[in-house]
Ligand binder design. Structure first.
Ligand code: NI
Length: 227
């Protein structure tokens, strides 16, 4: 499932975060990737131990906890501390898949990457190109969202970032280990959750059908959950 989640950060939060990270020291993005993806990658990143990056990453993790659509769609068990990239003119990232295991350099954190996330920190009108292209069973999807919006997609998807022809694209990116490993199961649970919430708004949270469907949702979750 490819899921766009608008407004994870509001515009004020984006501006404050950009202030902090724009002034930090950026390095060649290949310092952070495995050699397979290094072949195709041209961008800048904040080092994992960047104080500005750690601080900004903490703000993003807090915001994710307050984003119900993120929680419903990702069913997160562990979220990798957010990293930051900057694509300027001529930068891009060729077709690749993300590594199954993500380990922080200091060794203190490791997760299985079930989902990849990109949180856009530039407005789409500030750059040309830079679309995140994600392939799934239904074709190739071009994703270019507003500053503060997030996209979630299976980490197993083939994806790339189109070359930038004007301006710069700043984003945060990270991975999620989900409580439900299988994308099809996670998608089914998400669709069911959304349908129950819509029904609850129409007939009330305490309605017998809502209670019954909520029970069915949790029974499925109980079968599939890994914690
Ligand atoms: Ni990637």
């Amino acid at each position: 499932m490819l899921l766009s989640i608008p407004g994870v950060l509001n515009k004020d939060a984006v501006a404050a975060l950009r202030c902090e990270i724009d002034a930090a020291e950026w390095v060649d993005g290949n310092a952070t990737s495995g050699h397979q993806s290094a072949l195709a990658k041209r961008n800048l990143q904040l080092p994992e131990d960047s104080p500005a990056g750690k601080n900004a990453g903490g703000l993003i993790l807090d915001a994710l906890e307050r984003a119900p659509l993120f929680v419903a769609g990702a069913l997160p068990l562990k979220v990798f501390p957010p990293l930051f990239n900057r694509y300027g003119e001529g930068h891009g990232f060729g077709m690749h898949v993300d590594n199954a295991l993500r380990v922080r350099r200091d060794g203190g954190f490791r997760i299985r990457s079930d989902l990849s996330a990109t949180l856009f920190l530039s407005e789409p009108e500030d750059y040309d190109g830079g679309e995140l292209m994600v392939e799934d069973a239904y074709g190739v999807h071009a994703v270019k969202l507003g500053a503060g919006d997030l996209v979630l997609y299976p980490a197993s998807s083939l994806h790339r970032v189109e070359s930038i022809t004007r301006g710069a694209r700043v984003a945060s990116f990270f991975w999620i280990q989900s409580m439900v490993r299988d994308d099809a199961r996670r998608t089914l649970l998400f669709d069911m959750d959304m349908a129950i919430q819509t029904l609850a708004r129409e007939v009330g949270q305490g309605h017998a059908q809502v209670v019954s469907l909520t029970g069915a949702y949790h029974n499925l979750l109980r079968m599939w959950i890994e914690v």
